[in-house]
Design a protein around this ligand. Structure first.
Ligand SMILES: Nc1ncnc2c1ncn2[C@@H]1O[C@H](COS(=O)(=O)NC(=O)[C@@H](N)CS)[C@@H](O)[C@H]1O
Ligand SMILES: [Zn+2]
Length: 480
């Protein structure tokens, strides 16, 4: 567990990078002191946020026809090296196991960077007929990528500890396309539950997943104006089916290659949530994922201390019975120090109960996100707290959404794009030709994020590189 007192003070959020690093420690999310670069340790409090977040992900996947499973971590080299594009995309990132004890392994084993090459040899055995479709499995595992770019807890790890990967199989390309659309919708819903508004776009061809026909991506806007890729959905066509010989008997008796998709989310989901909602006092957590949803602070004076404490315990019991995660802070810290500690941990609602409140038969509810104070009659405490949670959830999302919208800038030419991506995401017309796209990236010094899935074109415009007429605008942004 972390030291009792945190000496350092949390930097202001506008120093986002320092704020983020300090917060992970002061709110006890992840400990970065593990002696392997890119590998970090979950504190129990952070792990509880992860558990609550992934319960939402499981709920949404399980309620949309997915089944959870678990495949091995180690992938034999001969399977890993089967799909050319996939190899090219991952050969510099994959870790290899070469020995078992003192014995060198006759076939080196890859630590999964993602699990296509672990799963698809099994899909080849399992898939027989169109009646087997749609096959929609997912797993939540750790994966390993030898990232050479700057590693960062929750954002860019070498051991991705919370990699949710779904792998689906369908009869036709169109069925797989429909699944991609469903997955994009599911990811949008997952992030709405986390209070995180997202940008959805089709990655340019040169930035799609290795071995995919195309990649649709979900990006969040981080406080520093850079975007973070917090989910990706890939249409794999029949590329992997041909490589791994995944065939099915069609209704007409023909043997056909299957069509596939895969889509992933990692602990970046938590990075985005704490970064977008946090403030100068620390975490601000959506109630649904807060490990502690309510903290009760007894306001104790010499006289009547017992009565106040007993009332607090009663409120705690009632809230627990209502399924709410609630603590009482009856420590001998002065109230201000208590508020500081629980605000750092993002507890959505504080209930203050003192002798005068008992006389009025109320508790004073203080919202973590707005600081707003309001009395809740004790007889209705359960309902009152639930209503506060709903108000907090809505307000977090609405605030983040208007912040995101205010940081999307429709630009007329490249110089304006260069300037605006310092603050957020720019849109600019693009004819769609590769050479124009690459030239544009070169001139701007930042990447094309993608073509918005909800078009943002403004009628007929000109490609800033070749002048061709186009109705498409693309997102351009600095990214993590
Ligand atoms: N090093 C990393 N650390 C944390 N999250 C990562 C890392 N690399 C990728 N991710 C997250 O994992 C998601 C899925 O990764 S991916 O490479 O785009 N896609 C796949 O691996 C596909 N097999 C779908 S599961 C990404 O959208 C990104 O949000
Ligand atoms: Zn062009």
């Amino acid at each position: 567990m972390a030291e009792s007192e945190k000496e350092a003070a949390l930097p202001p959020k506008e120093d986002f990078s320092d704020w983020y690093n300090e917060l992970l420690w002061m709110a006890e999310i992840m400990d970065v002191r593990y002696p392997v670069k890119g590998l970090y340790v979950w504190y129990p409090f952070g792990f509880a946020i992860r558990r609550n977040t992934y319960n939402i992900i499981r709920e949404i996947l399980d309620n949309s026809g997915h089944q959870e499973t678990l495949f091995p971590l180690l992938i034999p080299e001969n399977e890993f090296m089967k799909e050319a594009e996939h190899i090219k995309g991952f050969e510099n990132e994959v870790y290899w196991v070469t020995h078992g004890g003192k014995d060198p392994l006759d076939i080196p084993l890859a630590l999964r960077p993602t699990s296509e090459t672990a799963i698809y040899p099994m899909y080849k055995i399992w898939v027989r007929s169109h009646a087997d479709f749609p096959l929609k499995l997912y797993q939540i595992v750790n994966t390993f990528r030898y990232e050479t770019k700057h590693t960062r807890p929750l954002i860019r790890l070498r051991e991705i500890t919370s990699f949710k990967e779904a792998h689906t199989v369908h009869a036709t390309w169109e069925d797989a396309e429909a699944q991609v659309k469903e997955a994009v919708g599911l990811y949008t819903e997952i992030y709405r539950r986390l209070g995180v508004p997202v940008l959805r776009s089709r990655r340019p061809d040169w930035d799609k997943f290795p071995g995919a026909d195309y990649t649709d991506a979900i990006d969040a806007m981080m406080p520093d104006g850079k975007t973070l890729q917090i989910g990706t959905v890939h249409h794999l066509g029949d590329n992997f089916a041909k490589t791994f010989d995944i065939k099915y008997e069609a209704p007409d008796g023909e043997q056909r290659y299957a069509h596939q998709t895969c889509y992933g989310i990692s602990e970046r989901s938590i990075a985005a949530t704490i970064s977008i909602h946090g403030d100068d006092k620390g975490l601000v957590l959506p109630p649904e994922i807060a490990p502690v949803q309510v903290v009760i602070i007894p306001i104790i004076f010499k006289k009547g201390a017992e009565t106040v404490l007993a009332a607090c315990k009663d409120v705690q019991e009632r809230l627990k019975k209502a399924g709410i995660r609630v603590e009482i802070d009856a420590s001998d810290l002065r109230p201000g120090a208590k508020y500081y500690r629980w605000e750092m941990k993002g507890v959505p609602l504080r209930l203050e109960i003192g002798p005068r409140d008992l006389e009025n038969n109320v508790a004073v509810a203080v919202r973590r996100d707005t600081g707003e104070k309001e009395q809740i009659p004790l007889p209705e405490i359960e309902t009152g707290v639930r209503l506060k949670f709903e108000a907090i959830q809505k307000s977090l999302y609405d605030k983040a959404e208007s912040e995101l919208e205010s940081r999307i800038f429709d630009c007329a030419e490249l110089d304006e794009v260069k300037e605006k991506i310092q603050e957020g995401v720019a849109t600019i017309p693009w004819c769609g030709k590769r050479e124009c796209g690459l030239e544009m990236e070169d001139r701007i010094g930042a990447g094309i994020l993608g073509i918005p899935l909800t078009p943002r074109g403004k009628g007929k415009e000109k490609c800033p590189i070749c002048g061709a007429e186009t109705e498409t605008r693309v997102y351009v942004a600095r990214t993590y």
